[in-house]
Each structure stands twice: as C-alpha cells, then as structure tokens.
Design a protein around this ligand. Structure first.
Ligand code: SF4
Ligand code: SF4
Length: 76
C-alpha cells in the first residue's frame, strides 16, 4: 500500500508560508499557490511526491509542535 500523502498544514493558521517545504522537496512536488489574499501556501502534486516526508521535517511550525510534545513528555 502506498504511504499517505503528507499534510503540510491543517489550516492556514498552521502555515506561515516560509517556503521551507517547497525549497527542500527533492522531487519538486511542492508548488506555492497564492490565495485570494495574496498569501502563498504550499500544494503537493501527489503524482510527483515520493512520500519522503522531508517537507514535514523541515517545517518550522511542525518542528515546534514536536518539540512541545517532547517537553510535555519529559514531565513524566
Ligand atoms: S514527502 Fe518528499 S516528495 Fe513528497 S512533497 Fe514532501 S518533500 Fe516532496
Ligand atoms: S514549511 Fe511549513 S510553514 Fe513553511 S510553507 Fe511549508 S507548510 Fe508552511
């Protein structure tokens, strides 16, 4: 079974449009698409994506979330 397509952001509040995911994708599968307000958000071409998840690892917002998880975990 093919691995799941990465979810770069669940809502626009969870993406600052930094383009890090776009820059790191080895497949060139990510495009930055401008929305109605002129902000650019990444979109993945699922036919090009090889599910390496480098885009998720480089995302500063997701990195922060996992750091928070680790900090919570250290309380136990
Ligand atoms: S999982 Fe890999 S190939 Fe797919 S969009 Fe992210 S960086 Fe690109
Ligand atoms: S790396 Fe994360 S915050 Fe930056 S553009 Fe991609 S999804 Fe948005």
């Amino acid at each position: 079974m093919q691995k799941a397509l990465p979810v770069l952001y669940e809502s626009k509040a969870l993406c600052c449009g930094c383009t890090a995911c776009f820059a790191i994708c080895p497949q060139g599968a990510i495009s930055m698409i401008e929305d109605d307000e002129g902000f650019e958000y990444p979109a993945i071409d699922e036919t090009k994506c090889v599910r390496c998840y480098m885009c998720l690892k480089v995302c500063p917002i997701k990195g922060k979330q996992s750091l928070d998880d680790r900090q919570m975990g250290s309380n136990y």
